[in-house]
Design a protein around this ligand. Sequence first.
Ligand SMILES: [Zn+2]
Length: 288
Amino acid sequence: MSSCSHAHATANEYAIEDRGRADPTQTTTDQRALSRWIRGRIGEVDAAIREKILEDDAFGMDDNAFSEWSGLSDAEKARRFDDWLERQIESTILTSEFEDKAERHLEHAVERGATDAHRELRDAGVDIGDPDETLAQDNVQEAIGLGVIALAGRVRSEMDDFRGDAREIITDGGLEVSRTQLASDIVERGQVYKSEVTADTAAEVVNQYNTTGQLSSYERVPDEVEVELNVEPEFRTAQDDRVCEQCQELAQRDWTLEDAQDFHIPRDTHPHCRCRWEVTDVRTLEDL
Ligand SMILES: [Zn+2]
């Protein structure tokens, strides 16, 4: 069992659990907690799939005339299973608890982003008040809510792809094998989507840190103040100073707030990017 779960440790999960990698956004804890919670719920769906196939023998694979779907065509069985699986996904993963957890972790990432931005601005001589004031802004709360919806949409879309694969397995001779084989064929196929969900979750947390937390804070500087930014790239490990080439190049540019608003970390960078914005210079109109 343990060798089995090791074999399924994917690159996405490794990236998020890797303890040596430095995270300038300091949101790794939120990335891990939220993605582990979601993976746990997907694991519950996997368990329900096994139960449905193995214990209930819903497909009637052992010529059980009393099975839920016995007597139906393979295509119809696949359709019934798909409906059932969709309900499992909605009631197990995409629940109000999902919304609460996602909101809590995304809000925490925003709080960190705002706190870091406020501190850097203060160090540069611009006091925009307390980070809590940024956090309380309507547009910030709205952006967190939209982040929760966006993440739910991506999880649902990964799970839709999983359901499509499961249907295909069933109609492609999947019912000709043993129940054990069918259950593991379906659950194994889901691993890739579970892994994608991990990457989606990490990306939304980092997005909220940068786009909602930091950029919303910079927007609060008075009109006569111009903020210059940099990308602070993440280091591959805590011990060395290697960063990915793309982020290294971004770090060498000077960014105005307007440029930063048109650029999206991490959507425009790379999977598992933990780069962040940082204030490099602040100029008032009199200095120009
Ligand atoms: Zn990066």
